[in-house]
Design a protein around this ligand. Structure first.
Ligand SMILES: [Zn+2]
Length: 288
């Protein structure tokens, strides 16, 4: 099974995860910029984080045979902090960097006026830079938040076919399907969507415009829930071609082949070979 995880926060994961993911068939992924779990206090913290997403993390993934891409944005939660708002003026200079494939995660957290403004402004950036947009649906008041997100998408003029609304479930999928946007699902080990619920949605909605991700991060999560979903699809009678569509071709189509780097990696030696700006994955030491 060939897997492209379209939403996973590898910065929060270990090299053991990279090894397990490679063994499971993961060959490419997208890491959206997001909230770190505690507030950043200024723009420079974002810039160092963005630099790591287009630099060190790409290198680290490659050490384990996986192509790393990212999406960049000021996330919805920190859109509310005036100290972080100037990130929006710095963002454009990153958008043409190698490996940047979309604007995201954007959208709503608490649905404030500041979030409205930052969401709309970043959708305009997506239009201007001809990038797709990854929109996170809020954890609280999910259906209202999803509807309101779709309104903002409509008002922005962006083609809904270039937008994914993520973290959907049985309650929110229909409005997104009807709006013509992509439907993103995060499969978690013990809350929200699980592989069997995902299979039920695939049976009802089909395999087009659907993205399945692990959204693994610093919280309870599992980078292999994509594989588990593929297995559950096969067990439920989906063909290998349908599994390949959901777990590989759909993310490639959504993010767009022109920005992705998908050619197979040349021979690599997991965790040992090479350096990035003089540092290796051996805790900064240089491999001998
Ligand atoms: Zn995320």
């Amino acid at each position: 099974m060939r897997i492209f995880d379209p939403h996973i926060h590898m910065t929060s994961r270990t090299t053991d995860d990279y090894e397990r993911m490679y063994a499971a068939g993961v060959r490419a992924l997208v890491e959206p910029a997001f909230w770190l779990g505690q507030p950043r206090t200024g723009v420079e913290s974002f810039l160092d984080y963005f630099d790591a997403l287009v630099g060190w993390e790409q290198f680290r993934a490659a050490q384990f045979g996986i192509r790393h891409h990212c999406t960049l944005a000021l996330n919805p939660k920190e859109a509310n902090d005036p100290r972080c708002r100037p990130v929006l003026t710095e963002l454009p200079r990153y958008l043409d960097s190698d490996g940047v494939v979309a604007i995201g995660e954007i959208g709503y957290d608490s649905m404030t006026t500041a979030e409205d403004e930052v969401f709309a402004e970043q959708l305009q950036l997506a239009v201007e830079y001809d990038l797709p947009a990854l929109v996170h649906s809020p954890h609280r008041d999910k259906l209202a938040g999803t509807r309101r997100s779709l309104d903002v998408v409509r008002e922005s003029g962006i083609d809904p076919g270039r937008v994914v609304i993520d973290h959907l479930n049985e309650v929110t999928v229909r409005v997104v399907a009807d709006a013509g946007a992509w439907m993103g699902f995060s499969i978690y080990p013990d809350t929200k969507m699980d592989p069997d619920r995902m299979v039920a949605i695939l049976k009802e909605f089909g395999t087009d415009r659907i993205l399945v991700n692990s959204a693994a991060d610093w919280g309870r999560s599992d980078p292999l829930t994509t594989l588990r979903t593929g297995e559950a699809m096969l067990a439920a009678g989906f063909s290998t071609a349908e599994v390949e569509q959901v777990l590989w071709s759909n993310p490639v189509t959504f993010y767009g082949e022109q920005r992705l780097i998908l050619d197979p990696l040349p021979g690599f030696e997991a965790g040992a070979a090479g350096t990035f700006e003089g540092n290796s994955v051996l805790r900064g030491g240089v491999p001998s």
